[in-house]
Design a binder for this molecule. Structure first.
Ligand code: HEC
Ligand code: HEC
Length: 202
């Protein structure tokens, strides 16, 4: 396994009869995201299993190129960044993203926040659904990921990050900027309400 991994990182990959290139690369992600990609709240590592391949690729590219996960106040992002930076060989990002997208997202729903789903529904349907879709299943054309698969604690971190400019303020982060404008308008209570509503859509 280890020689194979080093070989693939060095960019001289040839397919193994047993493991795909994406599976081999995913071995480096398990430490934080869990063996099935279902996340580890203790490390603030979100569930990534079953996210769309286009979104995973886009985020890995952002971490790799320093658009996400570089700010000192962004401890979880900085924890993630070296793993993306290690995906150096041509096709690494695509291969690991394809594998992660193929993993089953099914799991026990984590504890939801103490927000008001009714108020959150009004915000969601009035604002968020335009990009993330009425069922929060995402919209590739608008770069908006599905939210139904995400844990409440992770969404709260991200909404706070967008609002604080930790995510979505890099000049090359076009999609992130479209999201930041929306987070800017939310108070802490608004965030909890809308996340509580999104958690009911699972
Ligand atoms: C050392 C721990 C660690 C390792 C190893 C790691 N990650 Fe992460 N990853 C994180 C953390 C923490 C976050 C949350 C960052 C944040 O809050 O913005 C994250 C975020 C992500 C995201 C963004 C999810 C989203 O919904 O936007 C993706 C995609 C991701 N990781 C994929 C991977 C892949 C693929 C690998 C293996 C190549 C990997 N990670 C390895 C800790 C890790
Ligand atoms: C104009 C389109 C648009 C609207 C409206 C919008 N978003 Fe987003 N959202 C995005 C995009 C695009 C991204 C991905 C940003 C990136 O590429 O980093 C995103 C990302 C997110 C994320 C991070 C997901 C992850 O996996 O890390 C959360 C959480 C989120 N949005 C919640 C919301 C909520 C809640 C609302 C309503 C208050 C909302 N969004 C409104 C476009 C939008």
């Amino acid at each position: 396994m280890l020689p194979l991994l080093i070989w693939s990182l060095a960019g001289c990959w040839t397919p193994s009869p047993n493991l795909t290139r994406g599976e081999v690369l995913f071995d480096t992600c398990r430490l934080c995201h869990g063996s099935d990609g279902l996340g580890n709240p203790g490390l603030q590592a979100p569930a990534i299993a079953g996210l769309p391949q286009w979104y995973i690729e886009g985020q890995l590219e952002k971490f790799r190129t320093g658009i996400r996960g570089v700010r000192p106040e962004d401890a979880p992002g900085m924890l993630m960044r070296p793993s993306a930076a290690a995906l150096r060989a041509e096709g690494d990002i695509e291969a690991v993203a394809e594998h992660v997208a193929s993993l089953s997202p099914n799991r026990e729903v984590s504890v939801v926040l103490e927000g008001q789903a009714g108020l959150g529904a009004a915000t969601y349907n009035g604002v968020c659904s335009a990009c993330h879709g009425p069922d929060a299943t995402g919209n590739e054309v608008l770069g908006a990921p599905p939210l139904v698969l995400l844990d409440a604690w992770y969404m709260l971190t991200q909404l706070r990050n967008f609002k604080a400019g930790i995510r979505g303020s890099h000049p090359r982060d076009t999609w992130g900027m479209t999201m930041k404008i929306n987070a800017d308008a939310l108070s802490e209570d608004d965030m909890k309400d809308v996340i509580t509503y999104i958690s009911t859509l699972r």
